[in-house]
Design a protein around this ligand. Sequence first.
Ligand SMILES: Nc1nc2c(ncn2[C@@H]2O[C@H](COP(=O)(O)OP(=O)(O)O)[C@@H](O)[C@H]2O)c(=O)[nH]1
Ligand SMILES: [Mg+2]
Ligand SMILES: [Zn+2]
Length: 331
Amino acid sequence: MAKTKHRVLSKSQTTITLEPPLNSSCSVPVSILSSIVLNDSIETTLKPEKQQIKILPRKNLLTRSEKVEKKIVANLDHLFLVVTNFPSFNLMNSAKMAIRARNENIPFTVIINKVDHSNVNESFKKKVKALVPFDVCGETKDSKKFKVVQVSLHDDTLMHNLSSKIREIALTSENSEVSICLIGQSGVGKSSLINKLIPSASQKTGKVSTRYKKGRHTTRESRSFEFKICGDNKKKVFIIDTPGIDSFGLESLRCHELAKYFSEWEEINQQNFFCKFKDCRHDCEPGCGVQNFLINLKNDSENFEHLYRRLMLWRKLMFTINKKNVENNRS
Ligand SMILES: Nc1nc2c(ncn2[C@@H]2O[C@H](COP(=O)(O)OP(=O)(O)O)[C@@H](O)[C@H]2O)c(=O)[nH]1
Ligand SMILES: [Mg+2]
Ligand SMILES: [Zn+2]
């Protein structure tokens, strides 16, 4: 019995591309096709009279929810959360993507693209930092996982930095095959970046409407491309393009998912800044540990601002969850 492992390189509603391709006598049954997700590992077993196809267990799965949950991509080693301010930046939407990644234990890097554009200014870059967890104890192992990289399609040095980042992720990974997915609103430049990194990719790119500052959906199909890292041929790196996600939707978002993404509150509490209340809003409650910690940072403007923005984002997300709960209880 010959067993072969295949990687799903692309997937649409009706078609699928596998690497290595299926044996000519095999096909993927429609019943399985709908369960397959981009970057799945599929095992085929050729028996004399029939074929067997199964999806191997996933190490993680990125989903978004509208009315129903939609699976985007599986088995990621790293996520590039691509943001820019042309089209306009949507913090809540990006935060939702980051929360999902965090909860699936997928390390992510925020990629600020189009730094050549005047909208991508310092105040915008500060806003973006709210996506990156605050590092309570200095350079911890975890904090290294969440970084911000600035890039522009029109700047070779910055593009080189992005390639180096990919190389670093690949070389520090224990896996021989490393999958990195680009995710973000449409028009942020995901496909353009991939085309620049892997010229053979030739992904379609779109224009950002100046009037609405919104990107158009040009990438309808998700697709994975092999990225060659120089000097090391043992590692296989796959860079994955996804369609723009303008509404990530987290209808099913729960408080415990927020807790994992905002793990700094727990860390602050462990450093003796205990909140007195179990359900503290970290607002103006007397004796709130997070507020006390924040006050202690007053002379450190950069850290103060970062933590303050994280706090604001957390409150906004909590507010959304609580509002939803109240609405659900009413109906
Ligand atoms: N100014 C500028 N424009 C860019 C940059 N990267 C991409 N774009 C433009 O942004 C538009 C949308 O790009 P696209 O790759 O289709 O975005 P996607 O929807 O995220 O895949 C295209 O017109 C690109 O030329 C950049 O670094 N700077
Ligand atoms: Mg695209
Ligand atoms: Zn508190």
